[in-house]
Design a protein around this ligand. Structure first.
Ligand code: PXP
Length: 240
């Protein structure tokens, strides 16, 4: 079966809109696991705009499936990962001003540095995945720096504005999957996947795991709103 790991960053984003203690991404992670998620993903960003060090520490104690840490390959983040020891680290590029991770890593730009980070993490028993665009050169580069996995960036496919572009992006994903498979890299995929577009990718057997955040947290908000409103109406009308 193809695995699903759930990214709970957006729960922390809502919490940080008020800078209080709820909703707690740690609680959301436990619920996602109870529903069958195969892993919990968080992105600890340099600016700590959503997930905090406290969340990561608590998740390390409470996650029963697998904890996957998305992070930039910086000295600070590598130090934190070596300390927290998630089951997997996904190395991503990070720009301070972006709303979300915009593109895949350009491994060739920082090959030696990325390789050193990969090896340090692997020595501690952490699997390392590299988040890359569906581009043959990047897949080969991920293999060269000894990555265990690639996570193929599905964002451009998900944002395609017409069928022609969608087909072109799907072809790029398929070609990248074949190359990664040939190089014996594990294959994950994510970014922008939702309840409609996922259907185009579920037939690709080589993909071991989907990494999904936004669409699941958005849907949870909408499917949960009816119950939340009813519960408040009940409370308001309880006899004093
Ligand atoms: N994979 C990576 C590397 C990401 O940075 C993100 C966004 O945090 C995701 C997957 C999940 O993307 P989405 O929130 O669009 O499902």
């Amino acid at each position: 079966m193809t695995r699903l790991s759930v990214n709970v960053d957006h729960v922390a984003t809502i919490r940080e809109a008020r800078r209080i203690t709820e909703p707690d991404p740690v609680t959301a992670a436990a619920l996602a696991e109870l529903a069958g998620a195969d892993g919990i993903i968080v992105h600890l960003r340099e600016d700590r705009r959503h997930i905090k060090d406290r969340d990561l520490r608590l998740l390390r104690e409470t996650v029963k499936t697998r904890l996957i840490l998305e992070m930039a390959a910086t000295e600070e983040m590598v130090r934190i990962a070596l300390d927290v020891k998630p089951e997997m680290v996904t190395l991503v590029p990070e720009k301070r001003e972006e709303l979300t991770t915009e593109g895949g890593l350009d491994i060739n730009m920082n090959k030696e540095y990325v390789k050193d980070s990969v090896l340090m993490l692997q020595e501690r028993g952490i699997l390392v995945s590299l988040f890359v665009d569906p581009d043959i050169d990047q897949i080969k580069a991920a293999h060269k720096v000894s990555g265990d996995y690639v996570e193929i960036h599905t964002g451009r496919f998900c944002e395609a504005y017409d069928r022609v572009e969608e087909k072109r992006e799907l072809d790029r994903i398929l070609t990248s999957v074949k190359m990664a498979s040939k190089l014996k890299l594990g294959i994950n995929a994510g970014h922008g996947l939702n309840y409609q577009n996922i259907k185009s990718l579920t037939g690709i057997d080589e993909i071991e795991e989907f990494s999904i955040g936004h669409s699941i947290i958005s849907r949870a908000l909408l499917v949960g709103l009816d119950r939340a409103v009813r519960e408040m109406i009940e409370l308001i009308n309880l006899p004093a």
